[in-house]
Write a protein that binds this ligand. Structure first.
Ligand SMILES: Nc1ncnc2c1ncn2[C@@H]1O[C@H](COP(=O)(O)OP(=O)(O)O)[C@@H](O)[C@H]1O
Ligand SMILES: [Mg+2]
Length: 498
């Protein structure tokens, strides 16, 4: 484009008091377009004006003007959908099993965010319902009470899965801490080399460490290990399952030759070594853990994985203070890891959902839980854990390690600046992400898959899913108006998503 004086034009001015107008000639710059070149018929015939297939050199400064789009279309098509990419408007797949290999090196998922931001809704839809449709099996350790039951109860009912309810005192389901399905000493059980979940001994020692609020010394560990071997052997010989009360009594009242394994010199004195662990175990069996992990595993639990792809363990009736919840969760996790490890080479993809992750990821039992989840790839077991207020979690806690080791992180809104800052630090997110985290609306999440930059996703639910995941019912008083069959029918009739 050229800028040059084009023509001289007269400008009108009004002269002072006379009010008469006179013409003043001025030179005004005008824009003129260069005439478009004429196409030569001959050159046209030989394709001179067609786009060139080979590239042409340019400079960064020139190319900048093209303002290239910054988002690119994802190439992967497999896996379950989570929602819409808020920036590009494309559908986003968030699936730990599908992302493994190409995008991540692990399959554990961590969901972080304040209460009421949509964490549970995401987990129930993306990590449970849609995963079941994709042929995976799901085990839920459900802690949060809602209308007197675990919050996953409507979901289990809708899918026809039995809710296995645990209660202190003996009237609920039981999961034996010394279940024969859990290997005695952590020895290898089929599966893949090097994939060895915690065994009974590690589990009992972790429970004792938490209960006694101190580490066990070598003598105590030796006594517990020896007692466990004896109790296991005796129960096997009698064709029944050992229980922790037996172990407690064996430590408190050992047989005269129980110390033989420690040699002539310590034979007698070794009988004393199990006193304190024995007392602690007896207290747990008689009080905190009574009717939970101190009896043979109930058939509903034992056969759970075989009867329905969804296993709902309702722990909402267990007290949050005290060891019961932690111990049951860790025992369930260890039992599941052992069951999966014992399976033949054909591994079924399994998801373990543990919302309220901080209940389980503390102390020694938390360490057991964490080391089991490290075996995820070998067991094809993806652990989904949810947390809020990461800034309140001590840096050296197993909870923090679980959060940090997740391959996929789903970050919902966080109102507190320290939580947002801690999340950014933990996952090395781009600076400025704190603001984004603090401004996310309900159902919106930043999702980080492997080392990719986080994407902003708006979680989309079908009406059926929305009705099943609505946790506001108790507050708004709209609970119970629809039965599960109503919900299913509504979703089939409307078929729209929200
Ligand atoms: N994607 C969404 N769109 C609209 N509302 C949502 C969405 N996800 C969740 N909600 C609503 O927000 C409320 C809280 O969700 P919930 O998943 O229980 O939160 P959290 O587990 O973080 O406490 C629920 O009543 C749910 O219906
Ligand atoms: Mg929740």
């Amino acid at each position: 484009m050229l800028l040059r004086p084009h023509r001289t034009r007269a400008r009108r001015t009004t002269s002072g008091d006379s009010g008469t107008e006179r013409e003043t000639p001025t030179a005004e710059p005008q824009l003129s377009r260069r005439r478009s070149p004429r196409r030569s018929r001959w050159l046209d015939r030989y394709g001179w004006y067609e786009p060139r297939s080979e590239g042409a050199w340019s400079t960064t400064r020139q190319a900048e003007a093209w303002n290239l789009a910054t988002s690119r279309r994802r190439v992967r098509q497999d896996g379950v959908l989570a929602g819409l990419n808020t920036i590009s408007g494309e559908l986003e797949i968030v699936d730990a099993f599908a992302a493994y290999g190409a995008e991540t090196s692990g399959i554990n998922v961590c969901v972080i965010g304040d209460i009421g931001r949509g964490k549970s809704s995401w987990i129930k839809t993306v990590c449970v319902l849609r995963q079941l449709v994709a042929g995976r099996q799901v085990v839920v350790l459900d802690k949060k009470p809602q209308a007197g039951r675990g919050e996953y109860t409507p979901l289990a009912q809708a899918l026809g899965a039995e809710s296995i309810r645990f209660r202190t005192g003996g009237s609920g389901a039981r999961l034996n801490l010394l279940d024969p399905a859990i290997s005695a000493g952590g020895e290898r059980r089929g599966g893949i080399d090097g994939v060895v979940p915690a065994g009974q001994e590690a589990l009992v020692l972790a429970v004792l460490t938490d209960a006694m609020a101190r580490d066990l010394d070598e003598k105590e560990k030796a006594a517990v290990g020896a007692g466990l071997t004896l109790v296991n052997a005796e129960a096997r010989a009698q064709g029944r399952d050992p229980v922790i009360r037996e172990l407690a009594m064996r430590l408190l009242d050992p047989h005269p030759d129980d110390g033989c394994g420690f040699g002539q010199r310590w034979n007698e004195r070794a009988l004393e070594w199990g006193l304190e662990p024995g007392l602690a175990l007896l207290r747990l069996a008689d009080r905190d853990l009574r009717g939970l992990v101190d009896e043979p595993t109930s058939p509903a639990v034992r056969d759970a994985l075989e009867t329905h792809p969804l296993v709902h363990m309702d722990l909402s009736a267990l007290p949050t203070d005290g060891p019961a919840l932690r111990v049951v969760m860790t025992t369930a996790n260890t039992w599941l890891a052992n069951k999966l490890a014992a399976r033949s080479a054909v591994h079924e993809q399994t998801i373990l959902v543990v919302e309220e992750g901080w209940h389980v990821a503390v102390g020694s039992t938390g360490e057991v839980f964490r080391s089991n989840s490290k075996l995820s790839r070998g067991l094809a077991l993806s652990t989904i854990s949810a947390f809020h207020h990461p800034a309140d979690t001590p840096l050296d806690s197993p909870a923090r390690a679980l959060m940090g080791e997740a391959s996929i992180v789903v970050m919902f809104g966080q109102a507190r600046a320290d939580d947002a800052a801690e999340t950014v630090r933990m996952y090395r997110l781009p600076t400025g992400t704190e603001d984004t985290l603090m401004r996310l609306g309900r159902g919106q999440a930043l999702v980080k898959i492997g080392s990719r930059d986080p994407i902003l996703v708006t979680h989309i639910r079908s009406p059926f899913e929305a009705a099943l995941t609505d946790t506001d019912a108790a507050i708004t008083g709209e609970a119970g108006a629809l039965s599960i069959s109503d919900l299913a029918r509504t979703s089939l009739e409307t078929g729209e998503a929200q």
